[in-house]
Write a protein that binds this ligand. Structure first.
Ligand code: 5GP
Length: 192
């Protein structure tokens, strides 16, 4: 998505440790006009898939998922990062390792909000090592819902997550795939 790539080049910052900071428009301050274009693009990509629910993970996926959901006209469920596995007793749970924070936590979704009749599109801001996306895929699998695929805003193609999740047969559509980036020069190079 050209608009997104140009925005990353203009306002993104490459940090040491393979971190791309995009907090001025994506995951701290949020450019809702850009989110709208992102949502439209996800709708175009998954138009004929009969999506009934969008699933994301707190916190930074929520804004993008909500704007996207307006184009699909479906509810958004977000997985909560939790210490205690108990909301109303009945939850699906899986374990996620945070790339940016370097720790492990459980994510949970209430069984009230995900079930065999759902056709789920996962939305998230970043795909890096794939732990967050794999955790979300597991929640969908455990619920008996159909996994339609995943819409990712920025995939870091030089990290292993995208390849691993796709190798399990999941359709992953990333709007910008970063092939390499340089924290010395600040340059970001995209896959075509
Ligand atoms: P993964 O589980 O694929 O390793 O990482 C996915 C999660 O880590 C995303 O939800 C995102 O919040 C965070 N993340 C991973 N890489 C980056 C990055 O380069 N920049 C930012 N801002 N967040 C990242």
């Amino acid at each position: 998505m050209e608009l997104l790539k140009q925005r990353i080049i203009k306002d993104g910052h490459v940090k040491a440790g393979n971190v791309l900071k995009v907090d001025s428009f994506l995951n701290h301050q949020m450019d809702i006009g850009l989110f709208s274009e992102i949502g439209k693009e996800f709708k175009r990509l998954f138009a004929d898939c009969d999506v009934t629910k969008i699933l994301t993970i707190e916190a930074s996926g929520i804004g993008i998922a909500c704007v996207t959901a307006q184009f699909f006209n479906v509810p958004v469920v977000f997985a909560k990062k939790s210490q205690s596995k108990n909301i109303d007793g009945e939850v699906f749970t899986s374990r996620v390792e945070s790339f940016t924070h370097g720790r492990v936590y459980d994510i949970i979704v209430s069984k009230k909000f995900l079930g065999p009749n759902d056709r789920v599109l996962i939305i998230d801001d970043f795909l890096a090592k794939g732990s967050a996306l794999e955790g979300l895929c597991k929640l969908v699998g455990d619920s008996g819902a159909t996994l339609i695929g995943a819409g990712i805003v920025i995939e870091k193609g030089f990290q292993e997550g995208g390849e691993r999740v796709r190798s399990h047969g999941v359709r992953v559509e990333s709007l910008a795939i970063v092939d390499s980036m340089n924290d010395q020069t600040g340059e970001v190079f995209f896959r075509d």
